[in-house]
Design a protein around this ligand. Structure first.
Ligand SMILES: C[S@@+](CC[C@H](N)C(=O)[O-])C[C@H]1O[C@@H](n2cnc3c(N)ncnc32)[C@H](O)[C@@H]1O
Length: 288
């Protein structure tokens, strides 16, 4: 085991926990974790819950930039998609400051949705945005998509729509923190109500990062597009055996809206479970 200073740090969590978990426990250990600023967010299987503190302490020992280790205590819940977490080691703090692509985000873990796992996607889309574009940033959370766009693209303006009042307030703070108030407007409310009221026909591009349920908002995305057409980035969890499902959903929504559409790009974003994966489909749509 490595010493706190001077000694070699363990290469991975398994090495850090050598001698502290039994062989059987080691087999259940989930070694990967999310890093949200100086907070590590880890999954601890039920069988290892009695060892949570030991595991958390090993994470701290392994990575000197972490001050806190939180353990996930439940699934993403309800319409706000918030995942409960509790501190298991280090400083008792769930308020993270996270940095990505030249932006800084305050994130209250356990009160808002946040995932660092879509950082590559945020930058990929930023690089597609053309000068002056108007972007509908649906399901904006604490603002990572629109704020990364504002700092990394020639975007004109993003309308960032969020329903969770805590996430909405934190997005407003993050807009100020990143000095992008001229480019990102936070809008509190339900996409389904906000779009027909204020965004119909205004957007060159819409981003839909709500992988569980975004299909029922495709009509709102199509409504938000300009008459000359625009691009939609549609995120979706799908069964690995049914990867064409998002295309059927887009076809149905476009037919209902009387619009033509074509796929520009699609890919698997990440594996979610043994049978499910997250995919993204970029498509262009225009009134027929
Ligand atoms: C999966 S999270 C994505 C958050 C953020 N874009 C990110 O990547 O961190 C989905 C977000 O959409 C919000 N949301 C869910 N339904 C909504 C709706 N009908 N209108 C507006 N926001 C909604 C949730 O509160 C949550 O913050």
């Amino acid at each position: 085991m490595a010493e706190k200073s001077g000694g070699k740090r363990p290469r991975d969590l398994k090495e850090a926990l050598k001698g502290k978990l039994t062989k059987k426990e080691m087999r259940h250990l989930i070694s990967s974790f999310d890093s949200v600023g100086d907070i590590a967010v880890i999954q601890v299987p039920e069988l290892l819950e009695h060892k949570a503190k030991v595991i958390g302490t090993a994470v701290l020992l392994m990575n000197k930039h972490f001050r806190t280790v939180c353990m996930v205590t439940g699934k993403h819940k309800g319409k706000y998609r918030v995942q409960p977490v509790k501190v298991i080691a280090g400083k008792r703090n769930k308020a993270a400051t996270y940095r990505e692509s030249g932006c800084t985000f305050k994130v209250d873990l356990g009160k808002v949705f946040f995932s660092p796992r879509l950082s590559t996607e945020r930058l990929r889309i930023a690089r597609l945005i053309k000068p002056g574009e108007v972007v509908g940033a649906f399901f904006a959370g604490v603002g990572p998509f629109p704020i990364v766009f504002a700092k990394n693209s020639p975007m004109g303006k993003a309308f960032a729509i969020e329903l969770n009042p805590v996430a909405f307030r934190q997005m407003q703070e993050n807009i100020e923190l990143n000095k992008v108030a001229g480019k990102v407007e936070a809008v509190k409310g339900d996409v389904r109500k906000v779009v027909p009221k204020t965004l119909a026909g205004k957007c060159d591009r819409v981003v839909m990062p709500l992988p569980e349920g975004a299909e029922s908002f495709l009509g709102s995305a199509l409504l938000a597009l300009k008459e000359k057409g625009g691009v939609v980035h549609f995120y979706r969890f799908v069964e690995k055996s049914d990867s064409e499902k998002p295309l059927r959903e887009i076809r149905a929504a476009a037919e209902k809206a009387g619009m033509r559409w074509k796929v520009l790009f699609r890919k698997k974003v990440r594996s979610f479970s043994a049978t499910k994966e997250q995919v993204v489909v970029d498509f262009f749509a225009k009134g027929a």
